[in-house]
Write a protein that binds this ligand. Structure first.
Ligand code: PRP
Ligand code: URA
Length: 213
């Protein structure tokens, strides 16, 4: 069973761990990397969305009419942090095809490692939606904290943050800044290096997903 503490779930499912190990391998090419990011997001999403509210609706089966549960209320929003978070979106949409998709554009300054925002568009009414923020990497936590700050400023309340690999430093920073959100991590790695890259990590997630350097 997955290990969880307070508002954090760290996945130890063998399928997720196996796929993350292939992601880490520097020989894994763009096609396979992209497919794995999507698959892992779907596996994590299956667990992260277990508390979606249900409502009983009437359905006519070939046999009789019955009351049966369906997802209730306003639709979900998936909000990837650009660029790399985009790679996880289709994995979540495979589970909830009707979800709306917002975007938050952030890049890390190469020297200070602080995030800079360049784009934000969220589906309305954001305050009524379950919001799943996606980013494969939670390193210093600067991007995640800024993205959640931004969503809250726009009225978002019910927020889940999903990362495939996290550094302890980033997880702590996100938890401290936003103790009210649920956090889902595929694997908690050892530490950050002097360039704020996660060790052992998988390198630059955006470059590996999009084939840039
Ligand atoms: C990467 C990654 C996260 C961020 C994590 O994005 O996808 O968004 O760094 O680092 P942090 O926790 O220290 O903020 P990057 O800024 O490289 O942009 P990209 O996705 O456009 O490549
Ligand atoms: N962003 C990445 O893509 N990788 C890291 O290790 C840290 C930040």
């Amino acid at each position: 069973m997955d290990f969880s503490m307070d508002n954090v779930t760290i996945f130890n499912h063998p399928l997720i761990q196996h796929k993350i190990s292939i992601l880490r391998d520097k020989r894994t090419g763009t096609n396979e990397f992209r497919a794995l990011i999507e698959e892992i997001a779907m596996l994590m999403g299956f667990e992260a969305l277990r508390d979606l509210p249900l409502q009983e609706v009437e359905v006519e089966t070939p046999i009789e009419t019955c009351m049966t549960p369906m997802i209730a209320g306003k639709k979900m929003a998936v909000v990837p942090i650009l660029r790399a978070g985009l790679g996880m979106v289709n994995g979540i949409l495979a589970l909830v095809p009707s979800a709306k998709v917002g975007h938050i554009g952030l890049y890390r300054d190469e020297v200070t490692h602080e995030p800079h925002e360049y784009y934000c568009k969220l589906p309305s009414p954001i305050e009524q939606r379950t919001i799943v923020v996606t980013d494969p990497m939670l390193a210093t936590g600067g991007s995640a904290v800024a993205a959640v700050d931004f969503i809250k400023q726009h009225g978002g309340r019910n927020i889940k943050f999903m990362a495939i690999i996290a550094a302890p430093e980033g997880l702590k920073r996100l938890q401290e800044a936003h103790p009210d959100i649920q956090i889902y991590i595929g694997h908690l790695d050892r530490e950050l290096n002097e360039n704020a890259y996660i060790c052992p990590g998988l390198g630059d997630a955006g470059d590996r997903i999009f084939g840039t350097k």
